[in-house]
Design a protein around this ligand. Sequence first.
Ligand SMILES: C[S@@+](CC[C@H](N)C(=O)[O-])C[C@H]1O[C@@H](n2cnc3c(N)ncnc32)[C@H](O)[C@@H]1O
Length: 790
Amino acid sequence: MKNQENISIHLSRVCMKTESKQKIDQEVRNSRDSMIEHLWHGRIIDYRILSCIVTQQDALQPLIKNREQMGHFVTNKPEAKLITGQVEVAQVLAPTTDENIDEESDVNMEDDQSALYQPPLNQVWDTKLRKVMQSSGLYQKHPLDCDLLAGFGKYLRDDNKIPNFKQEVANVSRFLFYMDSNKPSLDFVNNLEKSRSFFTKLADIGQKKQTIANYMKNLKRFIRYNITTTSLIQTDRAVFEQCKHFLLCLNELQKSMSKQVSQETTGKRYIQMVSVAKTPKECWEILRVAKNEFLCIIGKAMNEESLLETEQLHVLYYLESLLMLKHLQRAGVIKHLTLSEWLSRSACKLPDGENWTVVGVKKHETATQQVATILLDEEEHAWFDVYYRHVRPAFLKNSDDMQEDERFFISTTGKPIYNPSNDLQRFHAKYNLPNITSQVARKVFETNTKASFTDQEMSLVADYLAHTTATTKKHYRLKTTVNACMEMKLISKVAMSIESDSETAGPSCASTRRKGALSSSKKLDEAQTLKLFYEHFPVTIDGQSIKTKDRRLIAGTYERYCYDKWRSQQEKMRRDYVIAHFPRRQPTASQVERYIERQNWEKNKVKVENVLCYWQPSINTDTPKDNKAIKKLVKSQKWKGLYIATDPDKGKKVMTTRPFAKGEVVCDYHGLPLSGKQGKELLEATDNDEMGFLYFYKESSGKTYCIDAKTVPCPCHPEMDTIGRRINHSRKRSNIKGQLQQLEEDGHVWNIILFIALRDIQVQQELLFDYGLSRKSFVGEGEDLEWLDN
Ligand SMILES: C[S@@+](CC[C@H](N)C(=O)[O-])C[C@H]1O[C@@H](n2cnc3c(N)ncnc32)[C@H](O)[C@@H]1O
């Protein structure tokens, strides 16, 4: 543009210095016109021409994206999905098994996140491919509930724990339909020729080799199921032998196919690598552009504001992307990170005073046997905590299954995320960015590491990338926490050293944080200060008011903001506490007033009208006699949403990992059922500090009974520490209450004590119930039993 502006000067001084002003002006006009012409037409590229030059769909797509980013217009493009090579696989995709989840598995139609951020044209493409499949006679299938297929489904689900077994059954059913449209049978083993034609037809209609290989894998498993788990060997020996022979033939066919598959995959990856991303910074582009929105959502959540589902999903996708692109973790690691691994994370302080959190992931089902390690700096840790406390619980609520899954990352439906690579792809699509897979990111960082690091530094990075055992052994290293922190710092250094502009750009890292990336959002500052404030001044029912100077020390300029929040939290807590005192019948105003007065709360007293307004009967009186889910949980003792943690003062305690609504059953008090008399005898022989393990209750007849949770392990759960027995006592802060219920099975009725939530319980809170004892009634004078009175 500068040349354009100066062109008349340039012409009059250099190229046309002997010419008239008119001629020079004319030349300038010509030049402007030609520039405009170029802007209009030079930037327009016809898709048909491009596709003649670049015939590989996989290469064409990134090229088009790249041109469009450079400001070119690509005309005559077919509908978006038709040129997306990857999506092709999804249509009749046999399930990708978990075996290779670390690799960038293709988009899968079983993925349940599809409702949000889904590229809009999937439907069109689905229908088109379905039509091709249909017209080739490859799409129809037999009903999946026929004996042959139902048994196979059960085998996959129960014996092999395959999550998307239905798709696998559907694929086999399509094959069986092709072989014999009248009925599903094993007769196909006699017809090798026709069987082979099924696979060649798939190839003819343009299915990827990977898809065809998946079909073969499914079929092999189906045959194996028939050989090993059914009575085929007795009922039809001949077919049994033919099945074995068929399996051998299929193996041969698969071998030749797998060679082609790996060529196809390598080709695809190579193209993606060379055409999409070249620098670490490009790999982080999505994290940079999505960061502002992400921080706003995090700030909102920290302020206890409720989030929209799209916002919750944004948090999930951002964190998944962060782990794959910045932390260079494989998709399998993200998928398999468990809740207990998150809860067992450990803190690490570096010699320079920085605090990091280390999360180890044992099972990630990748080729390598290394434990994967994720290192989070303080800011990232806060983000993950927000996901854990606010987003995950919201997703769990959408699940109709009472059994909470133990995976850390779950989808909007409350089920484990299906394929992190899909989520990464959707996240890129949302921001119109070319997709960068975790594998590409790992390769890019590796390459850059080689270029700029010493051998020792390189070996640290190899360690962080959880390379195969052999590769790691080459570096003679064992994983240690401090090493891991250093590794993560080095990875940040790679990106920073390439281009160092990232004050607000890019994901969090130690160096950006020091420069004050946090201050990019006032909301976030407030929220983080509030968190700190709560850590220093935990909100408790009896907590005294906090002096201004102490508040200032912790919260600085946010002192008022934090204290207002603190007071309102305490008021809510006190309100619920008073409400819990009147569980069944609505109290009168004067009853409430008297009760509040008895508490000796000097300031921040709860208002009587508030209590009356929020009051409702707190106990769920439904009888669970026939409640199957409760029955199952009482029997299995696999209560969900809880875990046992260690407390410095109380020994063990029970904490929540999901919210419980007021009135909800939380767990039961499990132990040996004793008569009242037996219970008393046991009590006499029990030390004071173990008396809390005996739970006495009365039936409506007035008869006393006892549950002995002291004698462990109980014979019905010999390898288990049942959860109810680890719940501690609190008179004032109790949030659950034991309720006698009866369960019935096969005419046999037995008593159980169910713990019911007295109010809404949030994530990461301790479960407490009132043991109904005081120091005095416990005969505990002289003992260290003050806790009983609190
Ligand atoms: C049912 S167990 C609770 C789990 C127990 N903390 C543990 O480590 O197994 C009861 C025992 O826990 C301890 N306990 C319960 N509530 C407590 C509290 N608020 N403070 C201190 N210790 C408590 C007492 O020793 C009591 O006998």
